[in-house]
Design a protein around this ligand. Structure first.
Ligand SMILES: *[C@@H]1O[C@H](CO)[C@@H](O)[C@H](O)[C@H]1NC(C)=O
Ligand SMILES: *[C@@H]1O[C@H](CO)[C@@H](O)[C@H](O)[C@H]1NC(C)=O
Ligand SMILES: *[C@@H]1O[C@H](CO)[C@@H](O)[C@H](O)[C@H]1NC(C)=O
Length: 287
């Protein structure tokens, strides 16, 4: 860790921990999000309690959070495109801006009716990604809503599905691996056509006779630090409810991740020898 990043991390921590203004919590889509594209294909419904994105041959659609966050524990319930969703991708992610941006991604790759979705994940730090892990789910994500969560604090990033952790990206800055901690991120989601690569590597194309394709969202909640004019303020006046800021995987969490990775992980960049003939990225041996 360079002395510069050590100092800036300290500053971030101090500014996070010393802020006790009341900020975000349980959500209303009108309050928390803006529809950013899709020309009428994205809609907020039920007085702000739910949102739908749709995709047809002309366009997909998407939304973005009104707030920028610097750390958060963010939950959203999604119900994915049902039936023949081959070729469609529903992306749900956090991202900052610019060529050195940070990004934390969930992407749901559709499939033919009855064939499994792939949950694709990635972490970008300072503009560099190439850290893909992919999973099958242990349920049909189109039949009902399920909760997809990102815990992002100064120690780690943890991806969870219905409360089960599936992936961890630790802060390994002391080993020279950048960690997202200085750039505030927005929450984004979009539904789009990616039939050049999404389903069976692009072999199965979108069947436009099934359009419009629709994905639904509800029950957004964020315990988070909201970024505004250069500083960040966290969820609660009650500092003990900010415990997510120091949360990490315990023994049980480690066991759950191992269970998921053993039974449901279908791709891991850290074991892809063809892709990294010169040796795996250094976080692979440290994780
Ligand atoms: C779609 O189904 C095929 C066949 O079961 C499977 O190989 C593939 O991983 C599934 N998911 C995607 C997104 O291609
Ligand atoms: C909404 O999310 C909260 C926690 O984030 C959970 O306790 C509650 O059961 C969820 N509501 C529904 C309808 O699933
Ligand atoms: C603070 O938050 C914790 C955890 O959410 C809760 O148990 C406690 O009652 C809260 N205290 C006050 C004073 O609100």
């Amino acid at each position: 860790m360079t002395s510069h990043s050590f100092v800036s991390m300290k500053i971030v921590l101090i500014s996070v921990l010393s802020s006790f203004l009341l900020a975000a919590s349980a959500g209303n889509f009108y309050q928390d999000f803006d529809i950013t594209w899709g020309d009428g294909r994205a809609n907020i419904l039920n007085n702000g309690q739910s949102l739908t994105l749709s995709l047809d041959k002309t366009s997909g659609s998407g939304f973005r959070s009104k707030n920028q966050y610097l750390f958060g524990k963010i939950d959203m319930q999604l119900k994915l495109v049902s039936g023949n969703s081959a070729g469609t991708v529903t992306a749900y992610y956090l991202s900052s801006l610019g060529s050195a941006h940070d990004e934390i991604d969930f992407e749901f790759l559709g499939n033919l009716s009855g064939d499994p979705y792939i949950l694709h994940t990635n972490v970008f730090t300072q503009g560099k990604g190439n850290r893909e892990q992919q999973f099958y789910l242990w349920f049909d994500p189109t039949k009902d809503f399920h909760t997809y969560s990102i815990l992002w604090n100064p120690q780690n990033i943890i991806f969870s599905v219905d409360g089960t952790p599936i992936r961890e990206f630790k802060n390994l800055e002391s080993n020279g691996i950048p960690f997202p901690k200085n750039q505030p991120m927005w929450i984004y989601s979009s539904l789009w056509n990616a039939d050049d690569w999404a389903t069976r590597g692009g072999l199965v194309k979108t069947d436009w006779s099934q359009a419009p394709f629709t994905a639904s969202y509800r029950n957004f909640s964020a315990q988070a630090c909201i970024w505004s004019s250069g500083s960040s303020s966290c969820s609660s006046k009650n500092s003990s409810s900010n415990s997510w800021l120091s949360e990490s995987l315990g023994t049980t969490g480690q066991q759950r991740i191992q269970w998921v990775q053993k039974n449901y992980m279908i791709y891991n960049y850290c074991t892809d020898t063809k892709r990294f003939p010169q040796g795996f990225p250094s976080e692979c041996s440290l994780a």
